[in-house]
Ligand binder design. Structure first.
Ligand code: AMP
Length: 129
């Protein structure tokens, strides 16, 4: 079981924000913004790449409810789902980061100096940027 499955099963605690039969939202243990909540389906899908549209439909409404509950629907917020290795995903259980509570910065996501592409063709594209 991954760590989010253990949270769903009640085996490890979480700081719960909102819940229904199919979805759970809880505060991230290592917040990257004044408000940083994770919204997950209780059933495990490895990532956004694996989730059926019907589950995403329910998750969309659920995230909107979470945002309303904590007041982010008025001030604005950001949702992010990291997917796989290059996406920086650490927990292999689909989750959306809900970030807000202050003006969020926006920038270049490349890791300067350390990034390399997967194919020579992509490197060519990068050189021409
Ligand atoms: P990701 O890198 O997109 O897979 O994000 C995983 C997130 O889960 C990180 O932001 C972690 O801080 C968060 N996290 C890991 N373990 C816990 C936990 N037990 N309770 C709450 N958040 C957690």
């Amino acid at each position: 079981m991954n760590i989010f499955e253990k949270i769903v099963a009640g085996e490890i605690p979480c700081n719960k924000v909102h819940e229904n039969e199919s979805y759970l939202a809880f505060h991230d243990i290592s917040p990257k913004a004044p408000i940083h909540i994770l919204a997950i389906p209780k059933k495990c899908y490895t990532s956004f790449q694996d989730v059926p549209p019907s589950v995403m439909a329910g998750l969309t409404s659920f995230i909107q409810e979470v945002a309303h509950k904590v007041g982010l629907d008025q001030s604005g917020y950001r949702i992010i789902s990291n997917i796989g290795q290059d996406g920086g995903q650490e927990v292999p259980h689909l989750h959306f980061h809900i970030l807000g509570g202050g003006r969020l910065s926006w920038g270049d996501f490349r890791e300067h100096g350390a990034m390399h592409s997967h194919s020579p063709k992509e490197d060519d594209n990068k050189k021409s940027l």
